[in-house]
Design a protein around this ligand. Sequence first.
Ligand code: GDP
Ligand code: IMO
Ligand code: MG
Length: 426
Amino acid sequence: MSERGYVDVVLGLQWGDEGKGKIADFLTPSYDVVARFQGGPNAGHSLEMNGVKHVLNTIPSGIFHKDCINLIGNGVVIDPVRLMEEIDRTAAAGADVKGALYISRKANLILPTHKLLDAASEQMKGDEKIGSTLRGIGPTYRDKYGRSGIRTGDMFRADFKEMVAAVTERHCEQLNQFGFDFSSLAALEQEFYEAVERLKTYRFVESEYFIHELLDSGKKILAEGAQGSMLDVDFGSYPYVTSSNTISGGVTVGLGLAPKHIRKVMGIFKAYCTRVGGGPFPTELHDEMGEKLRITGHEFGATTGRPRRCGWLDLVALKYAVMLSGVDELIMMKSDVLSGIDKVRVATAYKIDGKISDQVPYNYVGTDLDPIYEDRAGWSEDLCPVREADLLPENFTNYILWLEDQLKTPIKVISVGPDRVQTILR
Ligand code: GDP
Ligand code: IMO
Ligand code: MG
């Protein structure tokens, strides 16, 4: 009998867009399987190789590696229209999507009306809108937990259209109540059913059995998170969050694994912070420095193209995320963006109602909070061409050592550019 395989996890520790796609792709050669466990096409994961950039939304980031199995788990929500578009462009870029993609029969489907409800709900919220990606994520998870969702396996049932029609009717009543114009529905439904027919030709599996069979046969699995810990529905900056559990706990329910199957958790963070959409962001910069980070870091959404809000690294939130996911190893991204900044600021505590705290409050929203900063010596050298840890500038190395001490967790990988090769192992 072959030795049993294991599951490692790689996930984002901030407000998303930490660089999960780049790192999952970089790590894939050490694994046989890459599996997504939550989220959906709200994610935009960028991969860059040989000077070409690819953006993945629902397909796992192992897809560009030959012989890697890519599994979309039960915890993911799937929009057939967007997934087919993504499959087409990824296949056109040279990936063997037909041969390498496996999809859970239990993954919930994003219906056309889920997208309309997402837009209607945001419209209703006015100034308090979440800044949703409008991909239908929230309404789809709401139906899943309301026990009225429709799953990919249902696409193969003879009564699939009747099932969809029943849910759609209920959604239309809600849209009517909101006074939302849904005249686009017929066109959306047409593209939905066309995409469903094409998607059905891909491989659908009982993903929990599938993944356990892979483990039993010794396969190494990388679970790839979407979004980030501060967008987790339980622990993020609620209600300005997404609708799934983005922390390592989400791996178990999103793939049908037990906690004991997880060998190690790798947490990814940017050397600063970004956030796209609404909601609290304690270390946000509204000045020239924020603009500099946005321009130098090309901080514009991979999915929606929206400019990302930028700010200093927040160690209070980062320590919280490390704690929640039991992070064993850290991966630091976009250090190159901070080159040339004299003093690199880092929030090490919050002042909440006049008192110093090292904890994230239960409610960021409405809490009178000021970050307390520490300044660290910056570095002027360009990090982008560096490929070895020994060749990193001294101030930068000192900064890493200080962060490791603060976070009580080793920083094992440093990314100094978007390309696969711009990655340094420590
Ligand atoms: P994800 O959602 O976590 O996969 O991250 P995104 O792809 O949405 O955003 C990360 C952005 O930063 C992408 O445009 C990447 O190409 C880019 N990127 C990743 N790592 C680095 C890095 O170390 N330095 C720089 N300058 N860009 C990076
Ligand atoms: P990746 O995987 C950054 C944000 C949205 C919005 C909130 C809720 O690329 O890191 P939703 O559409 O999920 O209902 O939106 O969450 N958001 C993300 N921000 N990166 C993401 O994914 C995100 N997915 C959702 O901007 O504020
Ligand atoms: Mg992204």
